[in-house]
Write a protein that binds this ligand. Structure first.
Ligand code: FE
Length: 549
């Protein structure tokens, strides 16, 4: 097949083949059929139309292609081809776990960029800033059908299963449909989605576990104390592994495995002393918005603070993450009108922009919505609606993303940057009340306990009723496929921080005084406190902006 025949054959199927991919495409028609099918699968998910050599190589190696922002990926490739910036492309390749190809690319580019033996890479590069949106969700709503929900759970199962099969301790993994081929008393491990969970009169726990091939009952005996304690952590609709002994139509569990986190995650440290500040729940427009501490925060970023140590930190802030609830919103709860000083949501964003414009332009802001903001309420919440929040979109240093979203910051020629998972926290209320351990440990006061719990599930909202969502038949955007370096949330109006498996878990405070709702529930907000992460040491300091200067 000639190159032009290959190009037309792929064009007919709706793919644009880039020239570098032509030599890789097989002559053999059968091989091409397999390739078409694999590509079609990606295309049907709206993820891929341009086929380049790197993508083909990933498919040939059977590497799983995770959901990244393919448009950005193509754009970054174009930059490399123009001999411009290779950082973004490298970060994408890194995300795709594509080491070998990256090394080759670096070598080629290194040679190209060294005319006459002079290196163009500075030995002491200027500390720049870099913001790369790896995942931000903004799908247009479409009419949903019942079948979409089933497909949505299948997508979730397919995404989390490989995380579980990676556990070396899990032996004899079989699909539920193969159970009839096994004898009673045989040891088996099943990976399934928890469709039902109940406690019997005797105090034993029964699960209904489901995979695409069938379903089975699982018994967790109360006599196995430690296992029974673990079973309390199980929530509906999550994907996990159960090991146990086969009985008649039942598995007697002796082990429960959650997807969990890798034990060897590197604690990346930036060569530069640079800081990220994390804020959320500003609630501009509310009568209880606290302008003074918010102004103190902005003044600090402008060097206007007497405390010398804090002044030094303020100068080195390069990024601000805002985890939702920028404004009070309108009609969020019955009778909200009386709590508003600005009753128009557009004017609320206008007012907020007057504050944010005072933040030095060299500081990059990454902004996600919350449940009070002008956007769809269901998770993943798309970025702020331009029709309502135009002044925020117009800020020269703002990047608007969805909740959740995954953003890489501070990547450079020599440093991969930090992946930050940003989520407002819409699902957290469910788990902090429904899960006994979280309820008893007052997770409301320390929301990072919920973050840690959900990281173990590798899902931001496993249980269907824990958040509002539209079942997507092609994607489950709430699966935590790529383990981040930082996981930041808002919503609770309580600042907290912890380090779990070398991941900085950060909960933001607020700029709103205690509301009647919080008073009634016994919640104690801690407004005006801002967690600040030192990227060189990975230490977090919480700075209090309530004091008068
Ligand atoms: Fe809030």
């Amino acid at each position: 097949m000639s190159d032009s025949q290959k190009i037309s054959a792929f064009l007919e199927k709706g793919f644009l083949v880039s020239p570098d991919a032509l030599t890789t495409i097989e002559e053999d028609p059968e091989g091409s059929v397999v390739l078409y099918n694999q590509l079609n699968e990606k295309k049907s998910q709206g993820k891929l139309v341009i086929v380049n050599k790197d993508i083909l190589s990933l498919i040939n190696k059977n590497k799983e292609i995770i959901d990244i922002n393919w448009k950005e990926f193509e754009r970054s490739k174009a930059l490399v081809e123009k001999g411009k910036d290779k950082r973004i492309y490298n970060t994408f390749l890194d995300l795709l776990n594509y080491e070998e190809q990256k090394e080759k690319l670096n070598k080629i580019l290194g040679e190209v960029q060294k005319p006459d033996g002079i290196t163009t890479i500075e030995s002491t590069p200027q500390i720049g800033s870099s913001v790369i949106v790896l995942q931000s969700h903004n799908k247009k709503p479409k009419k949903r059908e019942v079948g979409d929900f089933v497909k949505h759970l299948k997508v979730r199962y397919d995404k989390i299963k490989p995380i579980l099969t990676n556990h070396q301790t899990l032996q004899n993994i079989i699909s539920i449909g193969k159970i009839p081929l096994k004898k009673e008393k045989e040891e088996v491990t099943l990976i399934g989605l928890v469709r039902d969970k109940l406690i019997t009169k005797n105090g034993n726990t029964f699960l209904t576990l489901e995979d695409p091939t069938g379903e089975i009952k699982v018994l967790i005996s109360k006599n196995n104390k430690s296992l029974w304690e673990t079973s309390k952590e199980i929530v509906l609709d999550e994907v996990l592994a159960i090991s146990g002994v086969l009985g008649k139509g039942i598995v007697f569990a002796n082990n429960i495995t959650f997807p969990g986190l890798p034990l060897n995650k590197e604690l990346k440290k930036s060569p530069d002393e640079v800081y990220i500040a994390f804020i959320s729940d500003i609630h501009v427009g509310s009568r209880s918005f606290l302008a003074k501490p918010f102004l103190n925060f902005i003044n600090w970023l402008n060097g206007d603070i007497s405390n010398k140590e804090l002044k030094e930190i303020g100068k080195k802030v390069k990024y601000i993450f805002i985890a939702g609830d920028l404004v009070a919103g309108v009609g969020v709860y019955p009778g909200q009108e009386t709590d508003l000083i600005i009753p128009d949501i557009k004017k609320q964003y206008e007012e907020l922009a007057k504050y944010l414009i005072k933040i030095p332009e060299k500081i990059k802001m990454i902004i996600a919505p919350g449940n009070h903001d002008a956007t769809r309420l269901s998770d993943p919440q798309p970025p702020l609606d331009k029709n309502f929040a135009k002044p925020i979109w117009d800020l020269p240093n703002a990047t608007l993303v969805s909740s959740p979203s995954l953003i890489n910051v501070h990547a450079s020629e020599t440093f991969p940057g930090f992946d930050v998972l940003l989520y407002h926290g819409n699902s957290y209320h469910y788990y902090k009340t429904e899960v006994e351990r979280l309820r008893l440990s007052k997770a409301h006061e320390n929301p990072t306990l919920v973050t840690e719990f959900l990281l173990q599930k590798r899902h931001i909202a496993p249980t269907h009723e824990s958040t509002v969502r539209i079942p997507d038949d092609e994607e489950d955007a709430l699966v935590i496929e790529k383990v981040p370096d930082v996981f930041v949330t808002g919503d609770h109006h309580r600042s907290a921080t912890s380090l779990v498996n070398n991941i900085n878990l950060i909960a933001c405070s607020c700029f709103q005084k205690k509301t009647d709702y919080e008073e009634k529930r016994g919640y104690e907000p801690d407004p005006g406190r801002v967690p600040v992460l030192n990227l060189k040491t990975r230490e977090v300091k919480i700075i209090d902006f309530n004091q008068d200067e």
